[in-house]
Each structure stands twice: as C-alpha cells, then as structure tokens.
Design a protein. Sequence first.
Length: 486
Amino acid sequence: MNLFLKIKNRRSRKLFYFLCRLLPVILCCIFLLSGCYSKQKKKEVKEQIAIDLPELIAKGEITAVTLYSSTSYFLYRMEPMGYEYDLIKDFAREHGLKLNIKTVENLTRLVETLDAGEADVVAFPIPVSNRLKNEVIYCGREELTNQVLVQRIGNNQQTLTDVTELIGKDVYIIPGTPYHERLENLNKELGGGINIHPIGRDTVTTEDLIEMVSTGEIPYTISDDKTARLNKTYYWNIDVNLNISFLQRSSWVVRKSSPRLAEAINTWSEGIEGEHTYLAATKRYFELSKKILEVSMPEIKHGNISPYDDLFKKHSRSLGWDWELLASLSYQESHFKNHLVSWAGALGIMGIMPGTARNLGVALDDLTNPEISIRTGTEVLRRFRNGFPNITDSTQLVKFTLAAYNAGIGHIYDAQRLAEKYGKDPHIWDDHVAEFILLKREPEYYNDPVVKHGYLRGTETYNYVREILGRYEYYQKQLENIKRNG
C-alpha cells in the first residue's frame, strides 16, 4: 500500500512539474493571440473612421478638438474666441462646413480623441515628433515656439538680454511644469547660480506669475512665448524677448486616413485667406492691447458724471437701480466713448458684444448711438438679473448681474456649481462664488465635470464687480457733497 502511494505521488509530481514548464508557453500563446485580436480590432476601428474631406463635405460639418486656454479657445461673454478657434473657424467657413468644437483635458487626450474618431482635426499645436509622424499627418501652419523669460521693465530696472545674466537672479516657477524642468537644465548648463524658487501654492498659474512680475511682487518667471505675448497685451511693463530654450516645431494634426483633409488645410493656410486670418488672429490676441481702461475715479464737473446722465436716469428705472450704478458700469466699459471698440469687438459706451446685439435685434451701427447703447445694455442687465431667481438679497443680485455682464452668465453658473460642490454658498458673491470665478483660470477647475463653459480669466470679472461698485459709491458721495454745499 505504501509503495502504491509513493508511485502515485511521484507521478503527480512529474505531472505538476510538466504543467509548470508548459504554463509559460500557454500564456505566451494566449498573449500573442490576444495581441493579434487587439491589432485586428484597432485596424477595424481605423477602417470604420476613415473619414476624409469628401465625406466631411457630404455631411456638411467638421469636428475639431482643442484645449481650453487663453491662447487656443475660450468663451468671452459667451462668444467663442481664441487664436486656434479663429483659424479653424475660417477654414470651416471656406469649405462651407459647420464647425463643431470639442474640448479635452490635455495634449494626450487630443490625439486619443482624434484616433478614436471623435474629431476630424486637432486644432491645437502638437509638437512634432518622429513617433507621432507614424500615427498622424501634421498639417497647417507650422509654429516655432520656445520658452522665454518674463521680466519687468521700467523703474530703472536692468533688462536681461542673455541667459548668463540669470546667474544670481531669483526666478519663480511652478514645480512639475516644463518651465521648471527647463530652468533646472539651464542652471546645470550654466554651472549653477540661478536662484530657483518653486511656488508651492496649488492655486497659482503661469499667468498669475506673469501678473506678479508686472506688479513687482516677483522679479522673474518662465512661460511659453505665446502665453507671454498674450499677457504682454495686458501688462505693458513686461519684457518677453529673452529665449531660454530651443525652438519647438508644432502644428495641427489629422488621422493618417485623412490625407485630403490635410492637403486642404495646407492649401488654405498657405493661401491668401489663410494668411489674412492668421495675421488678423495674431494681431487680435498677441498685439492689440487688452489693458483695462484706467479705472481712476473721474472728476465730477458741475454736478454731472457724464454727458449722458439723463439717459442713465431714464433707463435705470426699468432696473430699479440707482442711475449712478449704471453710469459706473458704462465708465468701466468705455469711459463714455461712443465709438470705442474693444479687442473682443464690444462696441459703444455700454460695451455690447456683436452676438448680443444680433440676439436683441439691434444693428451694430446703432450701438454708437448713446440712447440705443444704454437701452440695449439695460436690457442685457435685466435679462441677466432674471437668470438668478434664487438670489433674493438685492446687494448680492447686483453683484451677480454685474459679473454676468462681464463674463457671460454661463461662467457665473459654473462658479456657482463649483461653490456648491466645495461647500460654499452659491448665492453669495464675496468669498464664495467670487472665489471660484478666480479659480476658473486653472485646469483643475475649468476641467471639472460640473463646469460647462471652460476657461475664464476670472481676475477680470472679479475686479470688474469690485471697481464698478467702488466707483458707484464714489459717485454717490461726490454728488451728495455737491448737493449739500450748493
């Protein structure tokens, strides 16, 4: 009996050892078969999404994927804008195509979305790489970008013109960014000596650092040249001319299965129309000043705030507002200049956007008429105010209405949803919704699932509300003093 068990055990052990040796071979075969199946499935998917220009023209539309940012695509007063947006919009118009815009969170998702057939073109500069050349077709205008030093000019401050002059200087940077990596490498190349200060605050963006350079809070930071050039249109006292990295080539991309679309984009970008649009977009976003008009308290002469006081008094009644508040908003928008046109196209003394005017049936030429401009602006304010039925406090309602006039009501709704998500009161402006208006410039927040309208340069809206209300109080006090003193 014992002998039988020994033989049986010996046979089991041999079988066990044999199976152990065979197991890697079995797993390898499974892996190879699954790999072949996966490649076949990918091939089938790519064949299914082999949509080129003729198919796009046949269905009459094209979908572009891009990123929300101050330089690519954003909603300003709820009108779509952005450098890349203006370009792809013109291409679509030239080919009679309706443009659909899709946004994703990062560069990797751009190509993934294209590859999955959810978009026809990536309307965002994708860095040229040998790996991607095998997967996509680069097309359109090729950009050459690099990183630059952002420094303050004026006040007898030396302007650095060579990277070696950074030795001994304090440069502030957000850790974990390409700018930080490049600065560390540059410091090694120079043998050390640059005082690198990583900013530890989670809610600071590169654009915040640029503003801090402008205000003198920090001396230097690093940015990509497009972001730096755009911000120079807000801050006249910064210099962005010192390159600190090699040039990087980038352009739009389409799928390998869309060669005719790539050819059409190339032809358009090299032609007269594409060149005209490129020059216009470059001027609009990277050259025209976006500096807010000087917001100093204007002098009140002979008891009058403006030449249009009677019109402000007339139209403010429909809002139930003090006329001085409506006048303060108008001064913020235009300094009471009838023919002023902002970089975004806002027109007249009330800064009415073209799309808003069209929706209200107002001709653009009529917006230079103060009566029509003030009437239209008042109607816009009334509609925005009605968009906040749950805000019952009159002071809070004024703040939300002013914010919506500046940013567009969709952005304010986004900030309310963020406030509620993070335990703040969505019906209170200061320290609650206003906090998230400021945070809507950060990817973590404008890519949040509760946000529907993406990136916002929230500091502008925050300051807009504060400055209008401050000037309104100033107007009231000054007029009261004049009345009291005869």
